[in-house]
Write a protein that binds this ligand. Sequence first.
Ligand SMILES: Cc1cc2nc3c(=O)[nH]c(=O)nc-3n(C[C@H](O)[C@H](O)[C@H](O)COP(=O)(O)OP(=O)(O)OC[C@H]3O[C@@H](n4cnc5c(N)ncnc54)[C@H](O)[C@@H]3O)c2cc1C
Length: 397
Amino acid sequence: MLIVDKEKCIGCGVCEANCAFGAITVEDGCAVVNDRCTLCGACVENCEPQALRIEGAEKSNKVNLDEWSGIWVFAEFRHGVIAPVAFELLGAGRKLADARGVSLAAVVFGDGVEAAAAELIAYGADQVYVVDDPELAQYREDVYGRIMESLIRDQRPEVVLAGATAIGRSFIPQVANALNAGLTADCTHLAIRPEDGMLLQTRPAFGGNIMATIECPHSRPQMATVRPKVMAPMPPDPSRQGEVIRVEVPEGLLRSRVEVLESVLSKQDKVNIQEMEILVAGGRGLENEKGFELLRELADELGGAVAASRAAVDSGWIPYPHQVGQTGKTVCPKLYIACGISGAIQHAVGMQSAETIVAINRDPNAPIFDLATYSLVGDLFEIVPLLTNKIKENRGR
Ligand SMILES: Cc1cc2nc3c(=O)[nH]c(=O)nc-3n(C[C@H](O)[C@H](O)[C@H](O)COP(=O)(O)OP(=O)(O)OC[C@H]3O[C@@H](n4cnc5c(N)ncnc54)[C@H](O)[C@@H]3O)c2cc1C
């Protein structure tokens, strides 16, 4: 709770100016707090007369930071393989661990997962915590959450990273909440201050219009999720040596209120746009569902898949798993052909790291052209069939 000491408050208004949430106003020469207060503490830090203090939340969050050390990556294991985002996080985690001079550990849960430890070490882990149990064959949020929480409490890593996948997004917030730790979702950049281990977590904020760098100064571990394809893995080195730590978990932690009857791969997810090297993406300029048939033809010729802007997904022309952008997927293909997409920032953040971007748009001022390697100004309904036919011709068909 944020307390105003009326004796000390001079009504200067610095707290009001520093509150990003509009939670403080100065009334009759004294600060007044409303229910929008998030206890972020910005006002307390800036209050020269020391008239503001946080009680309760501050006490429970403050931990001895020196007791926490090391960088952890949760390595998601599904359908018999480690999710590629784990290797990407190990690449990022390696840089953080080296900068801070601490070790990098991977944590993997599942049934028959021990064999995956060598791969995680090859991709940069110094240690791998393996929780291998038939009860972990199926993902269950409550069980994963409890085991992760218990491991973190025992080992006290200062940083925990996880993929912003369906699994990461569902159980990592539960762990952060149980530990009273800060969690920054969907980071696009991570760095660390070597002297105090502060994780600098950068992510889009305010609808993607600014990039914010977030710190968690009082709580540990510092937790962050990162979307697949945002960070690059290190090249694997099979000769790297590391330690495999087998963790036995008490039976109580494996008990769940959830019974998984069957796990079925979604047909829609059969083509994962994040794994494709070539994507032909369509936006509102396609005008309707039929427009995507043109794109599918081009994608088939190129051996790629079809992706979309949110406008196309919201219009019901193509299902959500094809959406690229802030609220869709982040992709990094070799070739991204954007057809009838304006290039709004929320779309751009999901595709701007593609190796080659071809943009087709009839508006020469469309922002997508600022990102494009090749800009084709014109009507997509003319250009796309021309491209498809040219490719067919070159292949002698
Ligand atoms: C919080 C938030 C999250 C968001 N998340 C996402 C996200 O994840 N992904 C995303 O894509 N968007 C997202 N958006 C929406 C985003 O702001 C844009 O509204 C959206 O990307 C626009 O889609 P578009 O480019 O297809 O449509 P428009 O902006 O309407 O652009 C259509 C383009 O097609 C061109 N065009 C029209 N007809 C033709 C033609 N015949 N030939 C050639 N060109 C033509 C036009 O010149 C225009 O540039 C988000 C928005 C918010 C606020």
